[in-house]
Design a protein around this ligand. Structure first.
Ligand code: TMP
Length: 203
């Protein structure tokens, strides 16, 4: 069971994720909890390059680096955990590439889908929670900390990414859109209602 969390920065993904992990563990499962870009030594080195540096990085390079980190994570962490029957909770996955490098930066979506397909060897999430909230609200929550390379983009970039996420979520299926303007507690309850039946280990 691969569960992914998506949304623009400041949408409350990290808070929701830690609440969900507690509930999943309380239900008896031992989840793998990870994130993108990163989650492996090689992936974290790529993350530092992507987010922690001031380097000029072209959109296609950015997409390739995101997928390089992703390939390492899927191969060395996610697939082995799934093969062992574990629940995997991942903070961002390839939908982030489609939202940010596709809708945000304007790269060709079919090309990005192909790159993501190669990086994940076709591993799709079983369930994706999209935390949605207006860009202004999300940015206000980030004002206290120093922005990373991507967070320095303007509001229009994040508007495009948000719209991209909502567009993708129209496909339904694995997608669940959560109203991230709600309190952290309400959001956790909403998310847990969706996840609970799927992740609770049999007694
Ligand atoms: P965060 O997950 O710690 O918020 O930061 C990850 C940043 O990287 C965030 O700005 C979204 C961005 N990102 C992409 O642009 N494309 C991707 O494929 C992924 C995984 C993240």
């Amino acid at each position: 069971m691969l569960i992914t969390l998506e949304g623009i920065e400041g949408s409350g993904k990290s808070t929701l994720l830690s609440g969900l992990v507690q509930r999943v563990e309380a239900g008896g499962a031992r989840p793998l909890v990870t994130y993108e870009p990163g989650g492996t030594p090689a992936g974290d080195a790529v993350r530092e390059l992507l987010l922690g540096s001031d380097l000029e990085i072209a959109p296609l390079t950015e997409a390739l680096l995101m997928n390089a980190a992703r390939a390492q994570l899927v191969t060395s962490q996610i697939r082995p955990a799934l093969a062992a029957g574990r629940v995997v909770l991942c903070d961002r996955y390839f939908d982030s590439t489609l939202a940010y490098q596709g809708y945000g930066r304007g790269l060709d979506i079919p090309t990005l889908r192909f790159l993501c397909l190669a990086a994940t060897s076709g591993l799709d999430p079983d369930l994706t929670l999209l935390l949605d909230l207006p860009v202004e609200r999300a940015r206000a929550r980030l004002r206290e900390r120093a922005p990373d390379r991507i967070e320095r983009e303007d509001a229009a970039f994040f508007e495009r990414a948000r719209r991209g996420y909502l567009e993708m979520a129209k496909a339904g299926g694995r997608w669940h859109v959560l109203d991230a303007t709600r309190s952290a507690g309400d959001l956790l309850d909403d998310a847990w209602t969706i996840l609970r039946a799927r992740v609770e280990a049999p007694a």
